[in-house]
Design a protein around this ligand. Sequence first.
Ligand code: ZN
Length: 301
Amino acid sequence: MILQRSIQDIVSVTGVGLHSGCRVKLTLKPALVDKGITFVRTDLPNQPAIKCHPFLVNDTRLSTTLVDDQNVRVGTVEHILSAFACYGIDNIIVELSAAEIPIMDGSSNSFLYLLNQANIIEQSKKKKYIKILKPLEVVDDDKYIKIAPYDGFKIKLSLSYSHPLFENGNSEYEIDFANSSYITEISRARTFAFMYEIENIRKNGLGLGGNLNNAVVLDDDTVINPGGLRFSNEFVRHKILDAIGDFYVSGHQIIGSIDGFKSGHAINNKLLRKILNTPDAWEYVTFDNEEQVPSCFTYVA
Ligand SMILES: [Zn+2]
């Protein structure tokens, strides 16, 4: 049977928040079955916990931020959630000494490494997946994100930037995780920003921890990072990494296909809320044996 997953050991890492610029210590701890993903702010009085839940996403300016009714915030959750989705982590406690997940190198690769250090374990209850039964979409001006039934998990995203590095097919990417690996194809793709945006981003108090070690920065012609790109289409791969994290705010892997155009954190969360608010469009499913589960979800722990 396919069982819920957590970690066996406590692991920590220290980094900086991309938007706050604050140093932050992140600690991953095991959690019991059916407890889901919980963030704990150890820097605040009484160390409040905030549950990872789609209806607590309250700020989607350049990242995905959870805010509860006590105004406890946890920012930039999408990359670590994307890593949790990769390994199908159901139950985990994420302790933070500040209000934002550290950005590490701008990708989710460091979080995969951390999870491996913590030893992923299977627990005693069946794992629940969200199976999409009917197509749903959110359209916002010229942007859209759609989800549809599919016996597996695949994502196709398209971007629209008039920039030389987005030409030659580098604006669009489709990945079916039945035959491609998140770890090799997606996890190393980094956050990116355009030079002309950065001054404005910082005026709004965001991007304060950003530098060339944790973000790809584009000028009018190319990237200014000395090491260049990790993939010619690293940007759209990163948007896929983000989308996987944004949908994993649900705490469950999705059995379905996603198709987006100019999609981002705000519209991703709108679609996730729409799914949860449309009871006949999805159901929770569990699997009694490995042969029944779509092959993209059979990770080696
Ligand atoms: Zn991102």
